[in-house]
Design a protein around this ligand. Sequence first.
Ligand SMILES: Nc1ncnc2c1ncn2[C@@H]1O[C@H](COP(=O)(O)OP(=O)(O)O)[C@@H](O)[C@H]1O
Ligand SMILES: [Mg+2]
Length: 290
Amino acid sequence: MSTPAMTRPAGTEAASAAHSGERTAVEHSVTASETTTTAPAVVRARNLRVVYGEQVALGNVDLDVHPGEVVALLGHSGSGKSTLMKTLTGIAPFTADTLTVAGREVAKQNPAGLRGLRSDVGYVFQHFNLVPRLSALTNVLTGGLHSAGPVNILGTFSRAQRTQALDLLDRVGLAHKSRQRCRDLSGGEQQRVAIARALMQQPRLILADEPVASLDPRLAGNILGLLRDIAREEQIPVIVSLHVVGLARRYADRVLGLHSGELVFAGPAANLTEKEVHQIYGTDTELLEN
Ligand SMILES: Nc1ncnc2c1ncn2[C@@H]1O[C@H](COP(=O)(O)OP(=O)(O)O)[C@@H](O)[C@H]1O
Ligand SMILES: [Mg+2]
């Protein structure tokens, strides 16, 4: 499906920056998915490392993510999943031989460049981070206001923006609830609104940090299925952290397994055997397989 929200004007800063950086990414790709071949990498990281004081929160991670892919991050709480995501938009302090996201070298961005980078990356959170008293539609519209104060300029949304936001609510199956306040929506519905809000940014990458940790298993599958469809149909890659191995197997193309910040598995979800699961989680895997 193609909505107005998905049509990024040619020649934008991000698009042209992406072109310059991506040729190299393809040629030297070492961890690309088997399912994606020639598409330029949206994320390219080499030797990515985050240290907090004495603690290595993320150690020497290599990663390529291509359009259309869903990459799951697995690991115990504290293993570095959120930290990895935060480095991609320059929120966590990192060192790296290379870290390029949506055509931008993250380490070289000034504040304006970082704002541009963050507007290229849609974030979806465990607790949705919607404004509960505002309607689903208005929450989606705020996705288009990346650096402005959303609530102050609510009156200024154009008809085109409203149409775009409604299309996106339709995309996530919630057109009929556009006027409902988010606090009156179910958890699964709220996460759909949050996904529509992220799409309103016309992102080049979606980071979903434990997006289904607060949902029951059936809804979790619905939300992950939606994210996977978006990745495929809009060619927006999704990096998603999960607690449940079975969900990663079902919905991800590739898995990165982190243990105490170290990458202990990187490969197709289909190759995630019990041995790899033990490397990621130790022996404590009984609760992880639903
Ligand atoms: N801002 C910070 N300052 C110090 N330590 C941090 C900070 N953010 C994360 N950490 C530490 O880094 C490690 C990885 O954390 P995190 O990425 O949040 O793990 P996960 O998302 O896998 O649960 C943890 O030990 C955490 O305490
Ligand atoms: Mg986390």
